[in-house]
Design a protein around this ligand. Structure first.
Ligand code: P61
Length: 468
């Protein structure tokens, strides 16, 4: 990275103590594997993958301290000491009063949605996330996208593309009334927008507007430390703040948060819901025992909670966050230099390739981003994920495909797992696929599950003589 930018390089603030061998199978084997998987990268077996950039969720490397914590697991059914460590860590780093553990993020999304959304209510947010929106809909709510328009334009380099458009929010309040707004669903480094951050100034203005109307703000804190890095880097007045300081200040402007600890917290499983209102806490703590487990483990083993508590402290280390985000940027910059179209600026957790621009000849209902994920896998065994029309699913009222403005293929980088050489290999493969882009024709969907279809859908290649 340093060389690219004409400055001295930095290195990761860790060294490798244990390795896991990986291997690239042959092109013929990859061809067979992707056909067997219905041209869906979620349906590949991991041993068929070389460099796995499907997700940064639960795929990070734990530290020696976290592994030591695993040995300190207190597996008591009730009142495990590890839960109290976790509770203290959430209270001290995020500042919320009450903590409910869950097995992962969607467990917490389920609890908050059921606790505070009543049928017929609206949930405005800064772009949808698949599981978040589904839980909001299953609770009877309607999600309304109130992110700024810039977020929907891949080449737009706005520094805080995750910001909420307050005029859009005000228009919704005027239309439906503040009492029909369940809460504002605010995400840090917006996943579907390419890992784009929200500024502190935007949050403060949002807080003011919400206070005027008595509306709560709940935060998806899943990748909040990366959001804090961008505030430190880009927002006036924050250059001398620590990530931990920014995180605390940001959360203090919200009423609670849900968390998939499989991202920022550097663990393979875990999550939580944390709120400041006693009534919401009481309800969530009561419901967690139906769906997850007792309120002092919520679906996690004691050892998992210990590793998670340690991971929270590690996640706010400034050097760690910088090296994590800069590695993502290193990959993005290589591709930008080679003219590959992607979501700008490069976000916190992943490089999102712009499949719409890469494949202008493939219409969106022939799944350009899914096609790109397939081509990349075939070229090098690199696994990525579709984030476009397949992920957006169908409108629950009309049953039609939703056509999102963004048609992206995500290369998500696990934390502390891959080296710069892996990034070079990935970049070269993307370039090879880009150079050969005219030969791709798209896919058709031949199996479509009802919920979150992208996980299990199956596709076939478009045959020009048969499918036109
Ligand atoms: C991911 F394809 N993310 O990015 P859970 N909020 C946010 C997330 O990113 C998130 C959750 C809540 C995943 C896993 C995944 O459409 C998909 O711990 C901002 O996964 O339950 C998860 O947290 C949910 C992949 C989820 C997907 C949904 O790879």
């Amino acid at each position: 990275m340093g060389q690219q930018l004409g400055r001295r390089s930095w290195a990761e603030p860790w060294k490798i103590k244990m390795v896991e061998p990986i291997h690239m199978i042959s092109r013929e084997e990859r061809q067979k594997a992707i056909e067997k998987a219905g041209f869906n990268t979620f349906l590949l077996r991991s041993e068929e993958v070389y460099i796995d950039l499907l997700t940064d969720s639960g795929t990070s490397a734990m530290s020696d301290r976290q592994w030591a914590g695993i040995m300190l697991g207190d597996e008591s059914y009730a009142g495990s000491r590890n839960f109290y460590h976790l509770e203290e860590a959430v209270q001290s780093y995020y500042g919320y009063k009450y903590v409910v553990p869950t097995h992962q993020g969607r467990g917490a999304e389920h609890l908050i949605s059921q606790a505070v959304i009543k049928p017929g209510m609206f949930v405005p947010g800064n772009m949808y996330f698949t599981t978040t929106r589904l839980h909001q809909e299953l609770a009877g709510g309607t999600f309304v996208d109130v992110i700024i328009d810039d977020a929907h334009e891949p080449s737009n380099t706005h520094p805080f593309k995750g910001n909420i458009d307050l005029d859009k929010l005000q228009a919704l309040i005027d239309k439906v009334g503040a009492d029909r707004i369940a809460y504002v669903s605010l995400a840090g480094t917006v996943n579907m927008a390419g890992g784009q951050p929200v500024s502190m100034a935007n949050l403060r203005a949002l807080r003011e507007l919400c206070d005027k109307h008595g509306i709560r703000i709940y935060l998806d804190a899943t990748r909040m430390v990366e959001n804090c890095f961008f505030i430190q880097e880009r927002e006036d007045g924050y250059a001398d703040y620590s990530i931990a300081g920014i995180l605390k200040e940001f959360c203090s402007n919200t009423d609670g948060a849900w968390m998939s600890s499989k991202k920022d917290h550097l663990v393979n499983i875990g999550g939580w819901l944390a709120v400041n209102q006693e009534d919401v806490f009481d309800l969530a703590r009561n419901m967690v025992i139906i769906y997850e487990g007792l309120h002092t483990y919520g679906g996690m083993a004691g050892r998992d909670m210990e590793a998670l508590a340690i991971g929270i402290a590690e996640s706010v280390n400034d050097e760690h966050v910088r090296s994590r985000v800069e590695q993502v940027r290193y990959l993005g910059q290589l591709l930008i230099d080679w003219g590959v179209p992607l979501m700008c600026p490069v976000g916190g957790h992943a490089v999102f390739l712009d499949a719409k621009q890469m494949y202008p000849h493939i219409p969106q209902n022939k799944f350009p981003a899914q096609t790109l994920a397939v081509e990349l896998y075939l070229d090098s065994g690199v696994r990525s994920m579709e984030r476009g029309i397949v992920s957006a699913g169908r409108d629950p009222d009309t049953g039609d495909h939703r056509y999102p403005a963004l048609e992206l293929t995500r290369l998500a980088i696990p934390r502390r797992v891959y080296t710069q050489a892996h990034m070079d290999v990935v970049a070269e493969s993307v370039k090879a696929v880009f150079d050969n882009r005219e030969s791709s024709l798209g896919l058709k969907m031949v199996r479509e599950p009802q919920y979150l279809r992208f996980f299990q859908a199956r596709f076939e290649r478009i045959q020009p003589d048969v499918d036109g």
